[in-house]
Design a protein around this ligand. Structure first.
Ligand code: PEP
Ligand code: MG
Length: 315
């Protein structure tokens, strides 16, 4: 009976007692956008723009980028699209922005750091985004990857505003940025937790090494501590903070994240329905109790079990 009722859950993400949590899609291409645009979701929470740049000899032109971004925005009329500027460098090298070999690529000139070394690439990307925004009037928000400091967040938000785009934010995927989320949110418009990299950097475990998966579990208590700190920064500044790493697509963990205070969850599209259902079954107070229980646990396994014990039996 309950399963039948749940299969009808649709529409905006909402807890059982009516707290809204935007459920958003992670996409990588204009084709992805066109498919996701037909689904039951409130927009895009992470548009990874790398695909346009990687595996090519020259940087994509302003015209080429404008066309792609326009297609993406058109797929989401009346819905938000959060675009992440180029997250390349290190392990995702660009033939046209070779800064030389690095000993520790994951700790090197990647993400926003590369954008600052090669500001021509960022300028063209932001101009193309601005042109697509002008052409469509979409609800566009632009964020930078690998932000570590307040100064970086401020600089990036200024670049975004300088081309006439309305909102500039930062990803929080470096532990320092999570710890000082308040400082960062004071100087930009929103933040989104990248739990994949945040796990890697918190646990000092390469996310590409499958054997390290247990260390990289998003249930690890120190990762949850950092999410909590970041959410406190969100509350203190009144700025929205979402999640766009894999953690947001785990229905049980999604409840914990909502209990900690995130206001949006962005995920691979096949995960949307299960997360929507999980939310619909639990009140915000229950999510908060789950968050408290998870934070008290001393291991990833115990954190998950403690939350499961509090969840609706259908989970
Ligand atoms: C993350 O790090 O969690 C994230 C969403 O970005 P990516 O997986 O593209 O590094
Ligand atoms: Mg990342």
């Amino acid at each position: 009976r309950r399963a039948a009722a749940l299969s009808n859950v649709s529409g905006v993400g909402v807890t059982r007692d009516g707290t809204k949590v935007a459920l958003l899609a992670n996409i990588g291409t204009a084709e992805d956008a066109e498919k996701a645009g037909k689904l039951d979701c409130e927009g895009v929470g992470l548009f990874r723009t790398e695909f346009l740049f990687l595996d090519r000899e020259d940087a994509p032109t302003l015209e080429e980028q404008t066309e792609t971004y326009t297609r993406v925005f058109r797929a989401f009329p009346e819905r938000r699209v959060v675009v992440r500027t180029l997250d390349a460098g290190a392990d995702k090298p660009l033939a046209f922005a070779d800064l030389g070999e690095e000993e520790n690529p994951a700790l090197g000139v990647r993400g926003l750091r590369l954008q600052r070394e090669r500001q021509d690439l960022l300028d063209t990307q932001l101009q193309a985004l601005a042109a697509a925004y002008q052409a469509t009037g979409a609800d566009v928000r632009v964020m930078a990857p690998m932000v570590a400091t307040r100064e970086e967040a401020r600089w990036f938000a200024q670049q975004v505003k300088a081309v006439g785009l309305p909102k500039g934010g930062t990803m929080i995927e470096v532990p320092g940025a999570a710890i000082r989320a308040k400082d960062i949110l004071e100087v930009c418009d929103f933040a989104s937790l990248g739990t994949n990299d945040l796990s890697q950097y918190t646990m000092a475990a390469d996310r590409m090494q499958g054997a390290l998966a247990p260390l990289l579990s998003p249930w690890q208590p120190p990762l949850l501590d950092l999410v909590k700190m970041a959410c406190e920064g969100g509350r203190a500044t009144g700025k929205p903070i979402g999640v766009c790493g894999e953690a947001g697509g785990d229905p049980l963990l999604a409840l914990v994240l909502v209990g900690l205070g995130v206001s949006s969850l962005s995920m691979a599209t096949p995960k949307l329905a299960a997360v929507r259902t999980a939310l619909s079954l639990h009140e915000l107070g229950a999510c908060q109790r789950m968050a408290t229980a998870a934070l008290k646990a001393r291991s990833a396994r115990k954190a998950r079990q403690a939350v499961l014990d509090l969840a609706d039996p259908i989970m």
